[in-house]
Ligand binder design. Structure first.
Ligand code: KIV
Ligand code: NA
Length: 264
């Protein structure tokens, strides 16, 4: 993944080449992911669950994400690294600028924010100030208490239409990448067709321009609950590097996710 950039990711969409990505939290794994051909990595606030043992992503701070971003950057100097802005770290545009700066200084190439319409001004301001933005629609884990649980989003016609409209608005505001989490296959496909920026799905069907998984999930390290969209790539490979390579291969071939990992 030498020298991956946002323009190369955009070109991949234009060429119909699928984008493979994964969460990363430390230097050892980021080095391995880069060597396995991962197109980009996300220092997700899922580190609240996977690293810190919390019940949600809400306790995570910008300092936590910056700490892990530094480690991921050291393991993969050439990688394209996206860092999550944590819960309530971008409540106002001004706060978002200050917090995003910490993540960019830690080595991120782009920051990710959860939400739609209310973020348009913030996204425009970040991009003008030199901070590339990945948007995130569908299931928003930072809003789990508002949503009343981790549920598939955009099933009703009105919710689906609203998500499409907000995806276009986020792109218009300057977002250069969009994560779609837990939406029906048809909605993932429609948004991917309508947008010129790449869509990265997690539980959003195989028609998205790329896929992302939490590394612990795809290595089967999630002891209790495995979401439907997750596949354990370690069982059929037996070692971590082969599991990661198989994931990349299946994303590139369009064979992961299958219907059994997606929502109708
Ligand atoms: O924090 C995270 O791991 C994420 C991905 C699931 C997209 O936001
Ligand atoms: Na996240």
């Amino acid at each position: 993944m030498a020298g991956m950039t946002i323009s190369k990711l955009a070109k991949m969409k234009a060429n119909g080449d699928k984008i493979a990505s994964i969460t990363a939290y430390d230097a050892t794994f980021s080095r391995l992911f880069a060597a396995c051909g991962m197109d980009f990595m996300l220092v997700g606030d899922s580190l609240g669950n996977t690293i810190q043992g919390e019940q949600s992503t809400l306790p995570v701070t910008t300092e936590d994400v910056a700490y892990h971003t530094r480690a991921v950057r050291k393991g993969a100097p050439e990688a394209f690294v996206v860092a999550d802005m944590p819960f309530m770290s971008y409540a106002t545009p001004e706060q978002a600028y200050q917090e995003a700066a910490k993540l960019m200084r830690a080595g991120a190439n782009m920051v990710k924010l959860e939400g739609g319409d209310w973020l348009l001004e913030t996204i425009g301001g970040l991009v003008e100030r030199g901070v590339p933005v990945c948007a995130h629609l569908g299931l928003l884990p930072q809003s789990v208490n508002v949503l009343g649980g981790y549920k598939v989003q955009g099933r009703e016609q009105s919710a689906a239409e609203s998500t499409v409209r907000q995806a276009l608005a986020l792109q218009q505001a300057g977002a250069q990448l969009l994560v779609l989490e837990c939406v029906p296959i048809e909605l993932g496909k429609l948004i991917t067709q309508k947008l010129s920026i790449p869509t990265i799905g997690i539980g959003a069907g195989a028609d998205c321009d790329g896929q992302i998984l939490v590394m612990h999930d795809m290595l089967g390290l999630n002891s209790n609950y495995l979401p439907k969209f997750v596949k354990n790539f370690l069982t059929e490979t037996g070692d971590i590097a082969s599991a990661v390579e198989l994931y990349v291969k299946e994303v590139k071939a369009g064979t992961f996710p299958g219907a059994e990992h997606s929502f109708e």
